[in-house]
Design a protein around this ligand. Structure first.
Ligand SMILES: CC(C)(COP(=O)(O)OP(=O)(O)OC[C@H]1O[C@@H](n2cnc3c(N)ncnc32)[C@H](O)[C@@H]1OP(=O)(O)O)[C@@H](O)C(=O)NCCC(=O)NCCS
Length: 194
């Protein structure tokens, strides 16, 4: 199974590569995709290129990483063009970490269409196939209702609620979800991540 190229009902999921830079910058510089964390928005393509370089290392290290999600050429979703990049995400083992980090970010016109759900299902299946012993973890902001809903409907359980480390907003609350109980040390590392 080549996890670098996966197809779902309406998406082509391809490992993130440097050639995706322009389309990723459009996604990552869109204030709509950062409504819950405006400080995270990319203002320069160099920042996006850094993220792509991280993604390439994830694939090299863990045999799995984040995908670029394009609408399939035979998919008919009103308001979206076939072939268009609609989002990014997946499961990756980030530098210095031992768990699968579940991530998803889609362009607002793609929300509420079940497209993120297709990517998340594929990501969980892939992570469980590549390294079932690694827990899948998602951390997110409490006020991000869509992200919470996506994690909960993917079957992850809420394990922790507390301050959002590194957030310029001191009142921001982080939630940690996982597909199984986490040992104390791992949970401490997730809650300390900036
Ligand atoms: C988080 C995010 C990806 C979630 O998007 P979303 O719209 O909730 O997720 P989906 O597109 O999968 O939509 C889910 C809903 O679409 C609806 N839907 C409409 N058409 C559908 C279809 N054909 N098939 C399936 N579901 C469909 C369903 O009601 C579904 O809800 P359900 O899961 O309860 O069944 C999106 O809000 C986002 O990118 N936000 C900005 C980035 C971000 O904050 N990322 C998280 C960082 S931690």
């Amino acid at each position: 199974m080549d996890l670098r190229h996966v197809t779902t009902a309406r998406l082509d999921l391809d490992a993130v590569v440097p050639a995706d830079l322009d389309e990723h910058f459009v996604l990552m510089s869109d204030p709509g995709t950062w409504a819950h964390l405006p400080s995270g928005r990319h203002v320069k393509p160099e920042r996006t290129a850094e993220g792509i370089a991280h993604s390439q290392r994830h694939w090299a290290r863990g045999g799995l990483g984040y995908w670029t999600a394009r609408l399939r050429s035979d998919a008919d979703v009103p308001g979206l063009r076939p072939g268009q990049v609609v989002g990014t995400g997946g499961c990756a083992v980030r530098e210095g970490m031992s768990w699968w980090n579940l991530y998803y970010r889609f362009t607002p016109p793609a929300w509420g269409r079940g497209l993120a759900a297709e990517l998340v299902t594929a990501a969980l299946d892939a992570a469980h196939a590549v390294a079932p012993d690694r827990p899948v973890v998602a951390y997110l902001l409490e006020h991000n209702a869509e992200s919470r809903g996506r994690a909960e409907r993917a079957g992850l359980s809420l394990l922790w609620r507390g301050p959002d480390a590194g957030n310029p907003d001191p009142n921001a609350v982080r939630l940690v979800y996982a597909d199984r109980p986490l040992d104390h040390g791992l949970l401490e590392r997730v809650t300390a991540l900036p």
